[in-house]
Design a protein around this ligand. Structure first.
Ligand SMILES: [Fe+2]
Length: 123
């Protein structure tokens, strides 16, 4: 497993790898591969706008993802240059976006987790 990779535990909980181990092959985890392309009209791939003092991440670019009790974005996170990780948890009824007022980097990866459709990533 790699740093910041997501995995589903046997109980259904989602975990993120902070520090990879050397014997992960022996561990019972289901790695969650992030999806990167939307096929349907509903948009999940995070869209990153660079601002003067950080990054605005929206889910999706033109049409907003629903934020209903039964279907919503649970969190949005960005990883800057592989060594800074920022996360915003969301609730139903909130906007499906997050503003991260953080130092800029050269390489930004954005991820979001939909309670129905899983993990999505933009690189
Ligand atoms: Fe969804």
């Amino acid at each position: 497993m790699k740093k910041n990779e997501f995995a589903k535990l046997g109980c259904g909980a989602i975990a993120q790898i902070l520090i990879p181990g050397e014997q992960c092959a022996d561990t019972k985890l289901e790695v969650i591969e992030p999806k990167t392309q939307d096929a349907a009209t509903e948009k999940h791939v995070p869209y990153v706008e660079e601002k003067a003092d950080g990054y605005l991440v929206k889910v999706g670019k033109d049409a907003k993802h629903p934020m209903l009790e039964a279907h919503y974005i649970q969190f949005i996170e960005i990883e800057v240059d592989g060594d800074m990780l920022y996360r915003k948890y969301l609730k139903p009824g909130e906007e499906p976006e997050a503003y991260f007022r953080v130092p800029k980097g050269k390489n930004v990866v954005a991820r979001e987790y939909c309670n129905l459709h899983g993990l999505w990533e933009y690189k």
